[in-house]
Design a protein around this ligand. Structure first.
Ligand SMILES: N[C@@H](CCC(=O)N[C@@H](CS)C(=O)NCC(=O)O)C(=O)O
Length: 258
């Protein structure tokens, strides 16, 4: 557990829902159907962290209540000794469930999928599961590293002298998004005709890249990332479906609203 002031427990609907679940007899009613699922979930997450956002969306889609532990990067909450005991890499998201701790967003998604299989986010047979993991692996292997390069350069004001390099990164990002747009022209969601973990992997990264694109330095460099959604109509349609999920608003990075 992270020290008192180090982590701000958000007084959000997640938490109220959680209390409501425990006190309304949901356990007894069989909603939380085993001892394992009856233990509280604590989700440590960062505002604007796309990997954290995946996890928040998964809990939301599955309607699983959790205690929200918003980690403040600026205070170094994620580098305290208490936090490093949970994740030695000092990164979010982290899930604490009873005495059990899981880090790495995909591992967390898999964990809650096992305990709360409905609605399924990882497919119902071998073909579906492979299609989902194929897309997640593509997002994680090809798009996320590009996003991380842009975050490091643009948010840390390290763009000078790197104009050509960063334009090259942005071009690769656009190619990746165009690929997903073409897929979404054929299919309602990314991997299957229904929402899966693949959609939860891409959406937050797309949103973060869009936000990077609106920064003055990105515009000055002509990265062309500010209108990714508008210029990819299938991605735009799909993103709007995710944004219409019940509870979506509670997952939106709080500091992006300011
Ligand atoms: N592969 C990890 C990536 C986690 C990650 O990089 N989290 C970032 C926020 S988006 C973080 O905590 N960064 C803090 C740091 O590196 O100090 C996952 O999927 O969970």
């Amino acid at each position: 557990m992270v020290a008192g002031s180090a982590v701000h427990a958000v007084a959000s609907r997640h938490r109220r829902f959680s209390r409501c679940c425990w006190r309304s007899g949901a356990v007894a009613a069989g909603v939380c159907h085993s001892y394992e699922t009856a233990m509280a979930y604590e989700v440590y997450w960062g505002s604007g962290s796309p990997y954290s956002w995946r996890v928040l969306l998964a809990f939301t889609v599955k309607q699983v209540p959790f205690d929200s532990k918003l980690v403040q990067f600026s205070r170094g909450d994620h580098k305290t000794s208490e936090f490093l005991k949970m994740n030695p890499r000092g990164r979010v998201p982290v899930l604490k469930h009873g005495d059990h701790v899981v880090y790495e967003s995909n591992a967390i998604l898999s964990y809650i999928e096992k305990l709360h299989p409905t609605p399924s986010l990882f497919g119902d047979d071998a073909v579906e599961t492979a299609a989902i993991w194929q897309t997640i692996s593509e997002v994680d292997s090809y798009l996320c590293p590009l996003q991380e390069q842009l975050v490091a350069a643009v948010f840390q004001d390290d763009t000078q002298g790197r104009e050509d390099e960063l334009r090259g990164v942005a071009e690769q990002v656009r190619a990746e998004i165009a690929l997903h747009d073409a897929r979404l022209a054929e299919s309602r969601y990314l991997a299957l005709a229904r929402l899966t973990a693949a959609d939860l992997a891409l959406y937050p990264t797309l949103m973060l890249i869009g936000r990077i694109g609106t920064r003055a330095s990105s515009r000055q460099l002509g990265l062309g990332l500010e209108n990714l959604r508008a210029s990819h109509p299938n991605v735009e349609r799909w993103a709007r479906m995710i944004e219409s999920l019940p509870g979506y608003e509670d997952t939106y990075p709080p500091h992006w609203r300011r």
